[in-house]
Design a binder for this molecule. Sequence first.
Ligand code: IMP
Ligand code: MG
Length: 174
Amino acid sequence: MNRQRMQIKITKEEIESRISQIASQLNEKYKEEELYLIGTLKGSVFFLCELAKMLTMPVILDFVQISSYGDGKVSSGKVDKKLDISCDLEKQNVLIVEDIIDTGRTIQYLKKYIGEKNPKRLEICTLLDKPARREIQNIVADYIGFVIEGDEFVVGYGLDYAQKYRNLPYIATI
Ligand code: IMP
Ligand code: MG
């Protein structure tokens, strides 16, 4: 698949402008308080970096690698932790930064896992949300970049198809 055959769905400019709106909300909410951003590898990296640069409070970065997907487009259903966080999150403000919430399994797992570390506050921020695909009920992010209608599979800005296309500066459908 080459870039020419992809259909751009959300442009780089639209993504960056939306991220700056989310950053403003967070800057207002957390002001001078420290904020721990927990990124989910690998998909959230581009979003997390862009967001982090726009935040004005003291920010600490950490990462976790979870996978609920195989190499294709269909969820394998189970969640697997491949890399753990290294920070102590007790009594801290924590924001989980995700690329996309699809079935909701990854976020359900992470909310419980991070919640057990006793953070002061735990919120969820996702670049994309695909509510039509949700299998776990009551999974709602506090900050959502864009909603993808239906079950369209998207790539770019961190999101992959079989590990490729993460570096596209826009969101596209294939
Ligand atoms: P969930 O656990 O089903 O919510 O899955 C979340 C993960 O599935 C994301 O972090 C992505 O890695 C992957 N995923 C879901 N939908 C898409 C998509 O449209 N494109 C690329 N990856 C996706
Ligand atoms: Mg992922």
